[in-house]
Design a binder for this molecule. Structure first.
Ligand code: AMP
Ligand code: MG
Length: 435
């Protein structure tokens, strides 16, 4: 628990305090080596160097002719000089494909037919695109021994990619803490880093409690409902980078929860529980965690879902989410997902937030901070507008599914009027993106 966490009389803490408590509790996963094909989204544990100059050699950026500019432009090229067509044609000395090397040195008056990616021949200083050349006479496409007229005035370096443009041998090409994306994988591959050291992925066990629950594959009997939280939270944990494992459903008994939790902490780096987190007659989450370890908090000033519980059992963080589906999802988004990201070395932990204008009055206010399901989008003037969903029931996944953000309504008494600025947590945008 971070220093300075303030509890109200009933033990309720703010969302910020809850987040810093869970972030303080989790640790970075042990490091591991991964091959690049499996490295997407992972976070580098060390600075990475290039082993070579990349590109290792100057090469053509176009299909065309490698040549010496002076042969086309004359010794002192300037715009008022002779028209390009006045230059003598160049003698074609061969054809060079990518992967081959031209042995000789281009001599005055010579040109080399060259393909994209082929190394520049010694002596040449530019490439002229094939479209800007005219091969003299009829004949096959490979015109060794023929002559070519150059129709433009090339400058040294034209259509040549220099060596070392991407990196120099020994350069740090990525830093520890950077996230690996598609371009990073390419950069790592080209610089000789086929295997990289990254933070490991946590094993997350998801377990739901509730005697009314049946598996999603079953048809519920009287009084029963399908367990929607386990698949939702497993999928969300996997999306956050974890290895997520679902446990069998746990009925509302202290013994059942104890046994399940004991098994879960043995094989997990983090346990996500849902249900039984409130103070009903059959809500055992807080009591069982306290009995098996410690409870760091059990109430957070948020709606939906004030019954958010953080505990530590056998050295493993256990997060008890409420059973109400949207309360569980919002708790996961705000408090669990950032923790799972931190364990994997990410430094951008929270979803992006934007400020938008409320599209409708919010009359219902209360002491708790509200996270309204809603849609954030640009209106016809390009302004961001936040439209709260009509139905704010914490039981309805459908409303959250149709939303793209959580609209933050700060704790306080006064109603908010349409047009006021509010913050939106963009739960459907990846970290680092903007709307
Ligand atoms: P609880 O937090 O256990 O008091 O549950 C609050 C509400 O959420 C009740 O209506 C439960 O039936 C429902 N609920 C609890 N767990 C789940 C679950 N895993 N899937 C779907 N609904 C649930
Ligand atoms: Mg329950």
């Amino acid at each position: 628990m971070s220093m300075g966490t303030r509890y109200t009389l009933d033990g309720m803490i703010s969302v910020e305090e809850a987040l810093s408590a869970v972030l303080d509790l989790v640790e970075h996963q042990p490091l591991e080596l991964v091959e690049l094909a499996n490295s997407m989204g992972r976070v580098l544990a060390r600075d990475v160097l290039s082993d070579l100059d990349i590109a290792p050699f100057a090469h053509s950026a176009m299909d065309g002719f490698a040549l010496r500019c002076v042969d086309v432009n004359g010794p002192a090229p300037d715009a008022s000089g002779p028209a390009p067509d006045a230059a003598a044609p160049l003698r074609v000395v061969g054809l060079l494909a990518a992967g081959s090397v031209f042995d000789g040195t281009l001599q005055p008056g010579e040109a080399l037919r060259i393909m994209t990616g082929a190394p520049m021949p010694a002596g040449a200083d530019a490439v002229v695109r094939i479209e800007d050349c005219a091969v003299i006479g009829e004949g096959p496409a490979c015109p060794a021994g023929r002559e070519v007229s150059v129709l433009t005035r090339p400058a040294p370096g034209d259509n040549v990619r220099p060596s070392g443009e991407e990196a120099r041998a020994g350069d740090i090409i990525m830093r520890a803490g950077e996230r690996i994306g598609l371009a990073a994988v390419g950069l790592l591959a080209s610089t000789g880093n086929a295997v990289v050291e990254v933070y490991g992925r946590p094993r997350v066990t998801v377990l739901s409690t509730g005697s009314e629950l049946v598996d999603a594959t079953a048809v519920p009997g009287p009084g029963q409902i399908r367990d929607s939280n386990t698949p939702a939270l497993c999928a969300a944990a996997a999306d956050a980078g974890a290895f997520a494992v679902a446990m069998p459903l746990v009925p509302d008994t202290a013994e059942g929860l104890r046994a399940a939790l004991e098994a879960a902490v043995r094989t997990s780096d983090f346990v996500v529980l849902s249900g039984g987190a409130a103070e009903g007659d059959f809500d055992y989450t807080g009591a069982v965690i306290r009995e098996m370890g410690v409870v760091l908090f059990s109430k957070v000033n948020m709606r939906p879902g004030k019954a958010q519980t953080l505990g530590l059992v056998g050295g493993v963080p256990v997060f008890g989410l409420p059973g109400n589906p949207v309360a569980a999802a919002v708790g996961f988004e705000l408090l669990v997902r950032p923790a799972l990201r931190k364990m994997q070395g990410h430094t951008a932990l929270e979803r992006p937030r934007v400020t938008a204008r409320l599209a409708a009055d919010v009359t219902k206010r209360e002491r708790r901070r509200m996270y309204l399901r809603g849609t954030c989008r640009r209106d016809e003037h390009g302004q961001l507008s936040a439209i709260p969903a009509q139905n704010q029931s914490s039981a309805l996944y459908s409303v959250m599914h149709a939303s793209n953000c959580l609209i933050v309504v700060p704790e306080g008494a006064a109603p908010l009027a349409a047009g006021e600025a509010v913050e939106c947590v963009c739960v459907n945008l990846p970290e680092g993106e903007v709307l």
